[in-house]
Write a protein that binds this ligand. Structure first.
Ligand SMILES: [Zn+2]
Length: 293
């Protein structure tokens, strides 16, 4: 198994995706980079691909296959959920895989023209799609959906919620998509009120940082803000539970494994961890460079 294409070779290294899973080298716990001979029959199952450059300028082709047939197994390799292995990956690998996954998912969702319904075809190494209907010719470009994620506090308490589909112990800060016609700041105030009934003090809103989130393609815009008080309760069905937690309660629940927080790679986790630490920066959001965490 190669780690990169041979120097001088015009062929990009191949990284395979199957739905939200990526093929990893089980011994090294890193994404497999295969050449065409190693990939073999897997290439026959390709439904989409996209070409990218890694941070060293090496060409890479991310390939999405329909399904993984065990008889075509690559030695010491298997598909594992990208979300599940995120915390194991170095920053560069994570960013490359996250970008690949978003682009492949965008391709999957844009196989047909949104104007006339004809099939589309990939151009520019998978970074554009064009309608095959000559009378239309509509071009589609990869999109990213803005979403807000916010750490809402009131005195020494943090607002955490659980979505109905999550395991019983899982909690996170509140989040939601920005609606057409509103600013990110307006989305924070609206989402918190819709999901929990809590009113945010708009004057307390502070920028925290942003993060691309590839499930399937969101730009998470993170804020901190203070609430005007009150007791939270689920209002719009987005949350099954929503509660205030003091630092003492949260630390005790973590030590006793009574609560599960988002993965280390997420800005949600950074927002929560920094509040638990109480490092003095957390309430005014005067922080930079968190988007690579
Ligand atoms: Zn069209």
């Amino acid at each position: 198994m190669t780690d990169s294409r041979p120097d001088g070779s015009p062929d990009p290294a191949l990284v395979f995706f199957c739905e939200s899973r990526v093929m990893i080298d089980l011994r090294r716990r890193r994404p497999c980079r295969l050449d065409r001979a190693q990939a073999g029959e897997l290439l026959n199952q390709a439904r989409a691909s996209v070409r990218l450059e890694d941070a060293s300028g090496r060409l890479l082709e991310a390939v999405a296959i329909e399904r993984f047939r065990p008889r075509q197994r690559i030695p010491d390799a298997d598909f594992e959920p990208l979300r599940g292995i995120a915390a194991e990956l170095d920053s560069e690998s994570w960013q490359l895989l996250a970008r690949s996954h978003s682009l492949l998912e965008w391709q999957r969702a844009h196989r047909y023209c949104g104007s006339c319904g004809h099939p589309t075809e990939a151009l520019d190494g998978g970074h554009r799609r064009r309608c095959s209907n000559r009378d239309c010719g509509r071009l589609d470009f990869p999109r990213t959906d803005p979403a807000v994620i916010m750490r809402i506090t009131h005195e020494d308490r943090l607002l955490l919620g659980r979505q109905p589909t999550w395991p019983e112990q899982r909690r996170s800060v509140l989040a939601g998509f920005v609606h057409p016609g509103e600013s990110a700041e307006e989305a924070v105030v609206r989402e918190v009120h819709e999901e929990s009934g809590i009113q945010v003090d708009p004057a307390s809103l502070s920028w925290f940082g942003s993060q691309h989130w590839p499930f399937p393609g969101s730009l998470m815009l993170a804020f901190t803000a203070r609430a005007q008080g009150g007791e939270p309760h689920p209002r719009d069905g987005e949350l099954a539970r929503v509660d205030w937690w003091t630092r003492t309660e949260l630390k005790a629940a973590l030590e006793a494994d009574r609560i599960a927080l988002p993965g280390q790679r997420s800005v949600a986790r950074t927002l929560i961890d920094e509040w638990i630490k109480g490092d003095g920066l957390h309430d005014n959001g005067l922080t930079q460079g968190r988007n690579n965490r």
